[in-house]
Design a protein around this ligand. Structure first.
Ligand SMILES: [Zn+2]
Length: 722
């Protein structure tokens, strides 16, 4: 699953010349003084954190790095990774595992494979649906074979199914629940429509599919059918596959339904699901002890099948906003003459999965880690999701290997990681984070997520505050292919805003454990475009026709990831964007004030003024700190960097969030009601979501304490810098 790219589509607009010019154009002395932490934007080179001649060396290293990228290398990796369908636990996925390990070893990385034993569905199981009344009609639940796409005829492609569905064979009347969000089920209740004992029909979108199933089961439904509505991703959007990039009537979005109170393996919250036959024994919960595992049968269907149901429903017309793109007036209830059968069987067992991690050990600070990762398991061929990102990471490992051989070994350690079983619940990455939690706490500088990072030409990104400056400055130093513009200019487009849209990281992919459980600054980005998401048509053929026929975007995204990693790895002082904490906190608190004001009708409504003042004070001391760091005291460099690495950790609260103590960051969390969206300052978001005021004071104190901790750290750094 990947989300942030689709949200931040960037349009191509205004022309401004922008090139990355070699350093020599200026007198060395003038340049060094200039670039000593002075963020000059001339020529887009901003070497924040570099002193003395390290800026010149970095500039040479970057020049050398930017010559490494090749479309052919990227294309070949993508082709090799997506030769066969490779779902987690399959032999095909082990072949992908070995391919990646081999490529990174050859590139000069130390490669380790980390096995975990996870409580997973035995995929695909069986899943079918049919009309029973008024006629018997089996409903198609597998993609058609299109001659234009040779991959669509592969023998080992599965029907549509959802991971972690319940098992059952039910026949019942149907009720349409729009997107199946919390508010949609509340609307049905308000309309006096019960889903008890019925089969619910819900369209994709609006929230994480697992919550559609959770709410359907909580409301007593007998089963659930989820479908991609053509109004959202089909013929209403444009030409459908194979003529165009949109879902045709046989395309099915597969996906997980897991919605438990933590991320990762269902049986080992907080602990790594180490091999059962391994030395270190891990206590596992019994499956029946895990709250929130689904029992009702659920399956996804293509809209070509769902039209057979929707076209025969007899009840009242839907409320506004619920109408979809099928050529019928959508109705809430199907009526007693329409019966549908859903028959799903899916066992769950402990099964082995593997993460592959390559390490380029830092020459000066081996205990400071920059990690770039993406999952490699897919629902079928995975050309866009996830392997467009995997291919980029493999090409990056080769380019960094060559750079090291050319004498530019990174000073800090760079790790390139490939996670397994992400599609089932962000599992592989989470188990690795839980296994190395203490080390990551001490050594984690940043995590970059590349899940499905190259699916088109629209550059976009989402980030934690302290990496925003780095992302912006780095994209100013990279040219966008076939144009005279920088990535930054393309990203900014016609906007008149001071900066391009940099979203907030939330849920939905492998950054979750790094960012919201340990508190490691995280960033995700790449080029967005079309994706026939989680269907059997997400193939190399689809990619070559509708994502990037030039294969120039893979190399571009590699340059962005590589340059950001190299700047973090080689800077004398880690170039975090410290003052961004205060800026973003101010914005988020103002937003929360509006949110609570909407329902807090008490005599003295809760005020965020004290928190906003604390955020502004933090901003002031952070700006003073950034000024002091420009002429940082060389001999305190090591302590300064240790303190900088500890900054984001100040948000970690051991008690965690109200809706799951595993989510320990006070700053960011996946939205527990939708799974994808991001909740900034989540404890307050949660209280607002249940329209509660009683606990606001308690959380105010927690946030004031966290901001005070951050402030103390920043002031310590300022002192060290002087
Ligand atoms: Zn993905």
């Amino acid at each position: 699953m990947f989300f942030y790219l689709t949200v931040y589509k960037i349009a191509f607009h205004n022309l401004k010349n922008f090139y990355f010019l070699p350093v020599k154009l200026f007198t060395m002395k003038k340049l060094f003084v200039l670039s000593l932490f002075v963020s000059s934007f001339s020529f887009g080179q901003n070497f924040s954190g570099f002193t003395g001649n390290s800026a010149a060396i970095q500039s040479k290293a970057e020049e050398t790095f930017l010559k490494q990228q090749e479309s052919e290398r990227y294309k070949n990796h993508l082709k090799n990774l997506t030769k066969e369908p490779h779902i987690a636990t399959s032999k095909a996925n082990e072949r992908v595992r070995d391919y990646m390990a081999d490529v990174m070893r050859k590139a000069g990385f130390q490669v380790e494979i980390f096995p975990y034993d996870i409580y997973l569905p035995v995929m695909p199981g069986t899943a079918s649906a049919e009309l029973v009344e008024p006629i018997r009609l089996p409903l198609n639940n597998k993609e058609y074979i299109h001659k234009e796409d040779p991959f669509s005829n592969a023998a080992d492609l599965y029907q549509g199914y959802n991971a972690y569905t319940g098992t059952g064979d039910v026949t019942a009347e149907v009720v349409y629940a729009n997107f199946g969000r919390k508010e949609d089920f509340e609307k049905l209740k308000a309309l006096g429509v019960s889903v008890k004992g019925k089969i619910v029909l819900a369209r994709y979108g609006g929230n994480f599919r697992g919550y559609k199933a959770k709410y359907a089961e909580e409301n007593g439904a007998a089963g659930l059918i989820i479908f991609t509505d053509p109004g959202d991703s089909g013929y209403a959007k444009g030409l459908v596959y194979p003529e165009g990039p949109y879902y045709d009537e046989s395309s099915i979005q597969r996906g997980s339904l897991l919605t438990i109170d933590w991320t990762g393996d269902p049986l080992t919250p907080f602990e790594p699901a180490l091999p059962l036959d391994g030395k270190k024994k891990i206590t596992r919960l019994k499956p029946e002890e895990v709250k929130g595992m689904l029992t009702i049968p659920v399956l996804p269907l293509p809209y070509g099948a769902v039209k057979e149901i929707i076209g025969r429903m007899k009840g009242q017309a839907v409320p506004s906003g619920w109408q979809g793109g099928l050529p019928y007036t959508y109705r809430i209830e199907g009526g007693s003459e329409l019966k549908v059968r859903v028959n799903v069987a899916q066992k769950r067992e402990i099964q082995r999965v593997y993460n592959v991690v390559g390490t380029l050990v830092g020459s000066e600070n081996p205990d400071q880690w920059i990690i770039a990762g993406a999952h490699y398991d897919a629902w079928a061929f995975g050309a866009t999701d996830p392997n467009s990102g995997t291919a980029m990471l493999l090409a990056l490992s080769e380019s960094l290997g060559k750079l090291s051989q050319a004498g530019y070994k990174p000073k800090r350690t760079i790790k390139i990681a490939h996670w397994d079983a992400e599609e089932q619940g962000v599992i592989g990455s989470t188990e690795w984070v839980e296994q190395f939690r203490d080390e990551l706490n001490a050594k984690g500088v940043a995590y970059f997520n590349a899940d499905g990072a190259v699916t088109g030409r629209d550059f976009g990104a989402a980030s934690s505050p302290s990496l925003k400056g780095l992302a912006i400055n780095t994209t100013k130093s990279i040219s966008f292919p076939d144009s005279s513009k920088s990535v930054y200019d393309v990203w900014l487009g016609r906007r008149t805003t001071p900066e391009p849209p940099l979203g907030n990281l939330g849920g939905g992919s492998d950054h979750i454990a790094f960012y919201t459980h340990v508190g490691i600054p995280s960033w995700g980005g790449g080029t967005g475009g079309h994706s026939i998401y989680h269907s059997n048509f997400d193939t190399f053929a689809y990619y070559e026709r509708f994502c990037d026929p030039t294969f120039k975007m893979g190399p571009l995204v590699e340059q962005v990831f590589g340059m950001m990693a190299l700047r973090l790895a080689n800077a004398d002082v880690i170039p975090y964007d410290i003052s961004r904490y205060g800026t973003d906190l101010h914005t988020h608190f103002e937003g929360l004030q509006k949110l609570t004001k909407a329902y807090d009708k008490s005599a003295s409504p809760f005020s965020f003024d004290a928190l906003i003042k604390a955020a502004d004070d933090l901003k002031k001391v952070s700006e003073a700190c950034e000024a002091a760091l420009k002429t940082a005291n060389e001999k305190n460099k090591k302590s300064i960097n240790q303190e900088l690495i500890a900054l984001e950790r100040q948000w970690i609260d051991k008690e965690g969030m109200q809706y799951g103590s595993w989510y320990r960051s006070l700053y960011a969390s996946p939205d527990p009601y939708s799974g994808y969206a991001s909740w900034m300052l989540p404890a307050f978001q949660y209280e607002a979501s249940i329209r509660e005021t009683a606990n606001l004071k308690k959380w105010e104190q927690k946030y004031l304490d966290a901001i005070a901790r951050l402030k103390v750290k920043v002031e310590t750094i300022t002192k060290l810098a002087k």
